[in-house]
Design a protein around this ligand. Structure first.
Ligand code: NAI
Ligand code: MG
Length: 505
């Protein structure tokens, strides 16, 4: 790992003052609940702090929302839905979505900086998130215009199929792509004609609150209601509420299961985007250098805090030594440090809890006989001691049954397996509870196609990773989730289908 403190731009004092200045610049005063278009405190008056994971300093206090705040938000959402939003045409909603996209774009640098402060991702990664966010609103603005329903003419009848919004939907967002994940959920929900009560993650509430401030005059009051708070206190009441007709969640599989159980009481429709432990399969013909670039990106992007991260590498024995040598160089060459510094490759994790989770898995891997090809220890750099930093890590020699291989680590940790027999390798590649994504690296189209079909997952990359395009549905097999985002299918998840049959007697 490249040491960062030898450069002035990464000294402890510089990092601290850079972050304090940025926070003064971009953290807004409006860090409250946003309900019915108004900034409000929690009914209890309680707040909690959101921290900057690079410095450990407090960025802002936000209301600690609970069930009664969720009730209030749901009431405001229904009120707007019935009074106003359910009467809107698709073109009116399209105009709102396009204006949201324009505002995001006009403020993208400010929003990116805020995201970097609250989450720890590098500024470059945060900028990509802002592009994604604007793109989501534009994509669903287009898609909704093409959703015209259908007519059926049968023997002696005429029929019509229409898609109606649910009314009020609940949306629970994770901290790894705070604003981008909110846009994945808000854009289709609003396009389809729903009002939303949305809960950002407690670690990263600021970008969504700032977005609502920026679009306050664009989005009618009560269409989007933001309740900040903890999962158990604000998220659980939202998923149990009988006023919520559909709940959408991205986060851990454990919580996804709880949400499904909660939703069962009201037979609320659920879509879930959960964890992953995605395999990267490298065939014997792969160009090692190109493979290294794709693999490093697959596991280290966003500090490994990606549900779709490629976290299990299955590399063919013929190219394994070259690929691993390249990967060790890539891991050790990364600059770990201040995510606001453009020279940084790997920012901190989002929180100390997340660092502990990763280090516990590394400890367990060590006890399980793992060999660390790179990383495995916290970065030795005083400038980073108050932040949530972990080093890019490569692990070999673990049994595939080991918990560090089976479970999602959500950090920059890649587990390596060598293979010669394709069928044996594929059995292992599929031997996890997850099935979110996977990938194959080869120049042979037949191998690419075979492996893409053989991996049990909802999204497969060939010679690339992470890139997602609106129009290609995204979602998991097995315990990685239910439903698809980023596509026309998503609108179906935010509407209910009604058939109307006319007798022609
Ligand atoms: P989490 O699943 O607890 O958090 C995600 C969201 O769910 C947050 O907004 C949280 O407040 C909310 N939440 C938590 N408990 C809830 C409940 N009982 N009812 C309703 N909402 C609830 O994830 P956490 O604990 O922050 O991270 C643990 C692990 O989960 C990570 O290490 C990672 O493996 C996985 N994860 C996966 C994500 C993905 O993109 N698929 C995103 C975040 C975490
Ligand atoms: Mg934070």
């Amino acid at each position: 790992m490249a040491s960062s403190s030898d450069s002035d731009s990464q000294s402890k004092e510089t990092i601290l003052s850079r972050h304090r200045t940025a926070a003064e610049e971009v953290v807004s005063d409006h860090t409250q609940l946003y309900i019915g278009g108004e900034w409000q405190d929690a009914a209890s008056g309680e707040t909690f702090d959101t921290l900057d994971p690079t410095t450990g300093e407090v960025l802002a206090s936000v209301p600690r929302g609970r069930a009664e705040d969720v009730d209030r938000a749901i009431e405001a959402a229904w009120d707007t839905y019935e009074r106003e939003w359910s009467e809107t045409t698709t073109s009116e909603r399209q105009a709102v979505l396009l204006e949201i996209a324009d505002r995001v774009e006009a403020h993208s640098e400010e929003l990116a900086k805020l995201e970097t402060l609250d989450n720890g991702k590098t500024l470059m990664e945060a900028r990509i998130d802002m592009n994604t966010t604007a793109e989501q609103f534009r994509y669903f603005a287009g898609v909704v215009e093409s959703d015209r329903g259908q007519t059926e003419d049968g023997d002696g009848y005429h029929g019509k199929v229409i898609h109606e919004p649910y009314g009020v939907v609940g949306q629970i967002i994770p901290w790894n792509f705070p604003l981008a994940m909110a846009s994945w959920k808000l854009a289709p929900a609003l396009a389809a004609g729903n009002c939303s009560v949305i809960k950002p993650a407690e670690q990263t509430p600021l970008s969504l609150l700032r977005l609502m401030e920026l679009v306050d005059d664009v989005v009618p009051d009560g269409v989007v209601n933001v309740v900040t708070g903890y999962g158990e206190e604000a998220g659980a009441p939202l998923s149990k509420h009988e006023g919520v007709r559909k709940i959408a969640f991205t986060g851990s599989t454990v919580v996804g299961k709880q949400i499904m159980r909660n939703a069962a009481d009201n037979v609320t429709d659920v879509t879930l985007e959960l964890g992953g432990k995605s395999p990267i399969v490298v065939h014997e013909d792969a160009d090692p250098q190109a493979a290294v670039e794709t693999i490093a990106f697959a596991i280290f992007a966003n500090t490994g805090e990606c549900c779709e991260a490629g976290s299990r590498l299955f590399v063919h024995e013929d190219v394994a030594d070259d690929v691993l040598e390249g990967l060790i160089g890539a891991a050790e060459g990364m600059t770990v440090g201040d995510p606001l510094d453009e020279a940084t490759d790997l920012g901190p994790k989002v929180s100390h809890e997340q660092v502990e989770r990763t280090t516990n898995y590394l400890e367990s891997a060590r006890e399980g006989g793992a060999e660390f090809l790179a990383g495995g220890e916290p970065p030795e750099d005083e400038a980073l001691e108050d932040g949530c930093f972990v080093a890019p890590t490569l692990v070999e020699g673990l049994d595939h049954e080991h918990e560090a291989v089976q479970e999602e680590i959500f950090g920059p940790v890649l587990e390596v397996f060598r293979w010669e027999d394709y069928d044996e390798m594929m059995t292992l590649a599929n031997d996890v509870d997850y099935g979110l994504a996977g990938g194959v690296i080869t120049n042979d189209i037949e191998k690419a196609d075979r492996t893409a079909h053989d991996i049990e997952a909802g999204y497969i990359w060939v010679n690339t990773w992470h890139e997602m395009s609106p129009g290609l549905p995204y979602g998991g097999y097995k315990q990685s989730g239910i439903g698809r985002e980023l596509s026309v299918d998503t609108l179906d998840h935010y509407t209910q289908t009604k058939s109307i049959k006319y007798g022609l007697h």
